[in-house]
Design a protein around this ligand. Structure first.
Ligand code: AAL
Length: 432
């Protein structure tokens, strides 16, 4: 009908009518385009990533970035961060000959105007020689025949070693072979160091030990050994029957929550998972949680209060390694982010570790270690290092929220094929 209207209108042709026709066409064209702006939105996912979960059918992966993570982008996720590393000053390693090792640092605390850290300290005539060659002087592993030493710092970068905090006790006390892998608790004005107490050289059967504790009125000591096992190995046939590693105390709900690792199974490789034991008294007893293991991956797993719950740095082992996890109830952990280059044996400075907070603020730095620091297993030893991150609700450091860690081609070529793999590939018939 529009065509007929135009034909009737301009049939007796003259310039006025031609001008009006052109005007009418322009108006129609504009209205058509204009009509386009009233057309429904495109059916595809929008170009600008919605900050909130959109009301439309979503794939499992798209639903997950809204349901599982704090934000659809890593840079907006408070529980995502990169990790940056700085060499520490103040520790001597005998030229990295393997006779001295520092590793598995405790959480860092601040007291008397300075930072404190405790760690496994080994100083032996030889580097580790394995369980069969070990003696009462020759270590089996990097953490065999070790004591617990401590150091202080004004800035977290340069440290002053203060010396031994806890020495190995005489036989048959718990830890007579080696006291290692300690962590600190401040509780009602006193200090407690929990640690692995070895009563045989690590590696004889396995890396077997329970957890013991010493206490002091000051972080400077002197430390009194409780001389009893506070977190015992599990019963025969239970997941944690042989090893209770990496005790990691925090205060929550007016109680002491000690997270720990156990190595189990071993067929063909060890499985490493994390358990939880809860107590009202720092000298025990501690009750293991019935849902243990509570984290299915990780190694020396470090944790920190975050909002109402607790977050965990889960690295190195297991299906969910390289993740940062979160449990609002401090027991049931979910993956909060995926990251990389995570600190080995991360030991953060956690200002609210013992404040029984329900509003955890998070972390920005801590210490960690590098094992086989000399890149020669014949000189096996570990060194302490510092990491920085932005897992804090009180910091916004966009550089820490970048999600592309730069590796060099050398890093990739260092991850080369083994001889066995090269042989396999060589023997694989090339397709016709
Ligand atoms: C560390 C920790 C425990 C283990 C050994 C020394 O990384 O998991 O302490 O026993 O390795």
């Amino acid at each position: 009908c529009i065509q007929r209207a135009i034909f009737n209108y301009i049939h007796p042709c003259n310039s006025m009518k031609l001008f009006s026709f052109l005007l009418l066409s322009l108006a129609l064209a504009t209205s058509c385009f204009g009509a386009n702006s009233a057309t429904p939105p495109p059916k595809g996912f929008p170009f600008s990533l919605p900050k909130e979960k959109p009301d439309r059918p979503l794939s499992a992966a798209m639903a997950r970035i809204y349901d599982q993570y704090e934000a659809p982008r890593p840079e907006d996720n408070e529980l995502f961060s990169q990790f940056k590393y700085t060499e520490l000053k103040g520790f001597d390693y005998h030229g990295h000959d393997g006779t001295i090792s520092r590793r598995d640092p405790s959480k860092v605390i601040f007291a008397n105007g300075k930072y404190y850290v405790w760690y496994t300290h080994r100083n032996t005539p030889t580097p580790p020689q394995g369980a069969d060659k070990s003696t009462d002087k020759i270590p089996s592993s990097d953490w065999d025949l070790a004591d617990i030493w401590y150091a202080t710092s004004k800035d977290g970068f340069t440290w002053e070693e203060q010396g031994v905090a806890i020495s190995r006790p005489p036989k048959p006390n718990v830890g007579w072979r080696s006291v290692t892998t300690t962590d600190i608790l401040e509780w009602k004005g006193k200090y407690y160091l929990y640690y692995q107490g070895f009563m045989q050289a690590s590696g004889k059967r396995g890396d077997d030990c329970p957890v013991a504790v010493s206490y002091a009125d000051s972080p400077e000591g002197p430390w009194t050994a409780h001389n009893q096992i506070v977190i015992p190995n599990g019963a025969k046939g239970e997941w944690d029957q042989y090893s209770i590693h990496d005790p990691y105390p925090l205060v929550h709900d007016g109680k002491i929550y000690i997270y720990y690792k156990s190595d189990f199974d071993g067929d063909p490789k060890l499985v490493r998972m994390q358990g939880l034991a809860i107590g009202d008294n720092p000298l025990g007893p501690f009750t293991k949680h019935p849902l243990n293991p509570v984290i299915t991956s990780g190694h020396e797993t470090s944790l920190f209060p975050f909002q109402k719950g607790v977050a965990a740095l889960v690295y190195k082992d297991g299906n969910e390694h390289n993740t940062i996890q979160y449990a609002e109830d401090w027991v049931n952990f979910e993956i909060a982010s995926i990251t990389e280059l995570m600190p080995f044996a991360g030991a953060p400075f956690v200002p609210d570790a013992f404040t029984n907070t329900k509003d955890g603020r998070g972390i920005t730095w801590g210490l960690a270690h590098f094992i086989n620091a000399g890149n020669e297993w014949q000189k096996n030893h570990a060194i302490l290092t510092r990491f920085d991150c932005d897992l804090s609700r009180d910091l916004h450091d966009p550089e820490m929220k970048a999600h592309q860690v730069r590796y060099t081609k050398e890093d990739y070529y260092q991850q080369g094929l083994s001889l066995k793999q090269k042989e396999r590939i060589r023997n694989t018939l090339t397709p016709e």
